[in-house]
Design a protein around this ligand. Sequence first.
Ligand SMILES: [Zn+2]
Length: 166
Amino acid sequence: MEPLGQDEIRASFVNCTRGEAKGVTLPARPEEIPWEKREFLGWRDPKAAARAYLVLPYRGETVGLSLRAAPRPKGRVLLSNMCGLCTTTHPLSDIALFSGRRAGKLGREGNTLGIYACANLACSQYIRGELKSDVPQPAETLSLEERVFRLEDKLHRFVERVLESR
Ligand SMILES: [Zn+2]
């Protein structure tokens, strides 16, 4: 993706109030991010672990989503240990359920969407082998280009649903 400055990141949020967007803890040094190797910018709020953010280029604009990472349900088995974005398989402790309010009317009615994803939102690093999951992965023969395409496709489908009633 193209590099973003802190102001652009802060202005990108579509599913939270301006006040909430103001309170977002931004990545400290955007200039140190290897943007060309990232399909989206995803991070957990260092000041509030249950908050997570996802910022990405979407149809010519920059879209930022404010998400909540659900605490792991006690005594219940998670539905999936596979990231819904990059399809990396993880031990359950490395998967989180992220949910976000939908933009516009549906969001005002309290409608949210959730997705299981890498708890550290480092999908771009997993598909490049910069990070490795702690468990063996199912055999797959996709090229990096194909993995990138799949990740972007899943991201876009999620964003599309968040923005549906904007
Ligand atoms: Zn992932």
